[in-house]
Design a protein around this ligand. Structure first.
Ligand code: ADP
Length: 466
């Protein structure tokens, strides 16, 4: 039936789902009808047999009390109701020849003579006499009377067959719209159920064609498909952000590399053009070394950031004494702070520890402290505090420095971003990006509060070990 449909359509999940829906619906309906048909048929057949048996009992009781005369009287009365509930009644002698026979006129199709050839032996025997020209059957029950006579009562299956035929006709009449309903319903349901999948395909195609901002419309059904769409859109958003980030980083790297590279070239050119005395060359070489070190540092830090962000960075986690680690970091910046007459105040509980990579955490803390000292004017103040929270360890560095303007706040985490006011200071604009990447790699988070002219507080939250 479906072989003439285009192959592509037959292959679609929608088509197959529609077929399954309709198939199951139709099969269930057929089974339901079949069960009802079976129950109806067996109930009608049981009813007929009970009527016959009752009549036999009644007639044999009459025969026992009033003999053949009584039976004849009863049969005459019976004839009056023949039309309503036709019944065959036959009394045969011991030679099986009929002594009394009442057969409704409409049952002429049965060859009653045949009964003379069937001699019922048991107490109660059932005989099935088929009609001559159709499928009707005369169901006859026989009992032996005390004088060895045979008493028989029977009923044609004609009425039953009529009811069954009527039932089958109803079945066919109901089944045609039911099949149509199942096919349309199945197609509609499959079409609706697969709408998000079609949107997904269209979106993926658009992305393939370069439309990175394409998103799948949410079906708003609250089911697994909506969850899939939300997750898929989230993933697309993340990919787009990452690609944009990479593009921006590449632009920034290219831009930031151009300056030192031009400088390098300039120094080398000047050194070559000069009269090439040893001292000038030496100076030029050391400047080149300085510049190349700066470039190398920038590239290494960029690599570290992407390793930490992509989860490739190897973390050698161990139990760290927070107070000890912070003091070690402070030792490195101690002199710079002293030079600027910055007062550093520590609040570090002695028994605070966490599980992390000591080198990476030191690097992150050094970046924070370096910034705090760099962006705090002479005579300022820095507070370093560490504290155990419910499930986290908080390390906060608060300075009384220049602060960060509100509009710069979202950008400070970007690679190679440098604030307007900070250009006079040395730096690559990578410290905070690396810090955040390292903290995130440790499943931690970082928050910043800042007020221009008053200072900034960077708070790091790392998971406490259990
Ligand atoms: P860098 O310090 O090399 O410029 P960072 O990534 O460490 O790069 O910081 C990015 C920017 O964030 C800085 O240029 C500066 O504008 C701002 N910033 C960071 N820390 C502070 C701070 N403690 N006080 C004021 N501004 C800060």
């Amino acid at each position: 039936m479906f072989s003439k449909l285009p192959r592509n359509l037959r292959k679609t999940v929608g088509f197959r789902l529609a077929l399954w829906y309709s198939g199951i619906f139709i099969l269930s309906s057929v089974l339901l009808f079949a069960l009802a048909y079976f129950l109806l048929s067996s109930s009608l057949s049981r009813q007929d047999q009970q009527t016959i048996q009752l009549k036999l009992k009644e007639l044999s009781a009459l025969y026992e009390t009033g003999g053949m005369e009584s039976l004849k009287r009863e049969v005459t009365v019976e004839k009056k109701f023949e039309k309503k509930a036709p019944l065959l009644i036959r009394v045969a002698g011991s030679d099986n020849k009929a002594l009394l026979l009442v057969i409704p006129y409409q049952w002429a199709e049965f060859d009653i003579k045949q009964l003379e050839r069937i001699n019922p032996t048991k107490k109660m025997t059932w005989i099935r006499l088929p009609a001559k020209h159709n499928k009707n059957v005369l169901e006859i029950a026989s009992v032996r009377l005390p004088n060895n006579y045979v008493l028989q009562a029977g009923k044609s299956t004609e009425y039953r067959a009529k009811v069954q035929r009527h039932f089958r006709e109803i079945f066919v009449a109901v089944m045609i719209p039911l099949v149509l309903l199942a096919l349309f319903g199945g197609t509609f349901l499959a079409f609706r159920a697969l709408r998000p999948v079609r949107h997904l395909i269209t979106t993926i195609r658009s992305i393939g064609a370069g439309k990175m901002d394409a998103r799948v419309p949410s079906p708003q059904t609250g089911d697994e498909l909506e969850e899939l769409v939300v997750l898929f859109n989230g993933m697309l958003q993340r990919i787009e952000t990452l690609i944009n980030g990479m593009r921006d980083s590449l632009d920034s790297v290219a831009h930031d590399l151009r300056t030192p590279m031009t400088r390098l070239r300039g120094i080398a050119e000047i050194a070559l053009q000069s009269d090439q005395n040893g001292e000038t060359c030496q100076e030029a070489l050391s400047s080149c070394l300085e510049e190349s070190e700066r470039i190398l540092k920038m590239l290494n830090t960029l690599m570290d950031i992407s390793e930490a962000e992509t989860g490739v960075m190897k973390l050698d986690r161990e139990l760290i004494d927070v107070s000890g680690l912070m003091k070690e970091v402070l030792d490195i910046y101690h002199y710079v702070a002293e030079e600027k007459n910055i007062d550093i105040h520590l609040t570090l509980p002695p028994d605070l520890s966490l599980i992390a990579d000591p080198i990476r955490i030191s690097q992150a803390m050094a970046n924070l402290l370096d910034n705090a000292i760099k962006y705090t004017p002479v005579g300022g103040k820095i507070d370093i505090e560490a504290r155990q929270l419910k499930q986290e360890i908080l390390i906060a560095i608060k300075d009384s420095g220049i602060g960060i303007p509100r509009e710069e706040m979202p950008k400070i985490w970007n690679r190679l971003y440098r604030g307007d006011q900070s250009r006079s200071q040395k730096g690559l604009g990578l410290g905070l990006s690396l810090l955040r990447a390292i903290i995130r790699a440790h499943k931690g988070r970082i928050e910043v509060l800042s007020e221009p002219g008053k200072g900034s507080t960077f708070s790091i939250y790392l998971p406490a070990h259990s």
